[in-house]
Design a protein around this ligand. Sequence first.
Ligand SMILES: NC(=O)c1ccc[n+]([C@@H]2O[C@H](COP(=O)([O-])OP(=O)(O)OC[C@H]3O[C@@H](n4cnc5c(N)ncnc54)[C@H](OP(=O)(O)O)[C@@H]3O)[C@@H](O)[C@H]2O)c1
Length: 247
Amino acid sequence: MKKVLILGGTGDAVKLAAKLVTIPKIEVISSLAGRTKKPAALVGQVRIGGFGGAEGLANYLQQNSIDILIDATHPCAGQITHNGAIASHLANIPHLMLVRPQWECVTGDQWIEVESVEAAAKAIPELVNRVFITSGRQQLEPFLQRSQVYPNTWYLMRSIDPPDIELPNSKILLDRGPFSLEQERQLLRDYQIQAIVSKNSGGDATYAKIIAARELGIPIVMVQRPAMPEGEKVTSIEEAIAWLRQL
Ligand SMILES: NC(=O)c1ccc[n+]([C@@H]2O[C@H](COP(=O)([O-])OP(=O)(O)OC[C@H]3O[C@@H](n4cnc5c(N)ncnc54)[C@H](OP(=O)(O)O)[C@@H]3O)[C@@H](O)[C@H]2O)c1
């Protein structure tokens, strides 16, 4: 029997767990940070909450006799990914990062590429008055600061759970992807959105807004992914399973 710990918090991690539980002699534990009140249903065992840094994760791996670590966290969750790389090294176990390919800027896209959500808030063009924020409810502070400088900007903010910070002059949409192209077109038109803030998440579930923005000529302030640690990486669930089988 091999024990696999999946660092999750993404749709890919949910799908990977569902596949792995069907493979004989594999026991699957999924780990969630605990940010979402009602996480998507997961097959297999689940543990919730931080480990206490890389060392805490290494201790968890050793104390629970984990044989293999698969990091299937969001590509923008840089801290846990670095912790996973260090912890697997400390615990001396195989480690894989499942990283979906990033979105590429194609003809018709108007991207303003930035390195952080803070930079994104500063990069929203001055004349834009209606902004759609899709970069997460946990990083709203930079927009709060922007709203003090540009009080006339109205924000539409979409997230799974309500944010802790209340942005003045804003509306919250509580929703979980995937979102269809028709849905996104309609939303951008209905709310007369003039700019979008997005992370370069990659994948299909939230790509429709990128297409809709392209069609409607709406600029996107695109937050780039943080640097990834060295180590073995695959881009799909199928490749992750093949990697596991060859072990
Ligand atoms: N960042 C995003 O844009 C984004 C988008 C969608 C989903 N998510 C998911 O939300 C979670 C948190 O993201 P984040 O950006 O806040 O992460 P982060 O900045 O990389 O991690 C911060 C801390 O949260 C804990 N943590 C993160 N992921 C964990 C997991 N899967 N299991 C147990 N502890 C975890 C760790 O705490 P300790 O140091 O105490 O172990 C980590 O040091 C991740 O699971 C990620 O996949 C993130």
